[in-house]
Design a protein around this ligand. Sequence first.
Ligand SMILES: [Zn+2]
Length: 64
Amino acid sequence: MDLTQLTLNTVIETKKPHPCGGLRWKIVRTGADFKIRCLTCGRVVMLTPDELRKRVRRVVEEES
Ligand SMILES: [Zn+2]
């Protein structure tokens, strides 16, 4: 996964589901650390770029 694809408001799908069962997340912060919000339960998780790269399966869509 190329992290340059993971810009603000991009929706991604992770390899493993959140405990709530959700697979889709929106990127709500980029930079030295990333924050992603679970689209199912709304919880926000902070990840390092490396952690994020390992978790992402694919980009679902990009919103403007
Ligand atoms: Zn969730």
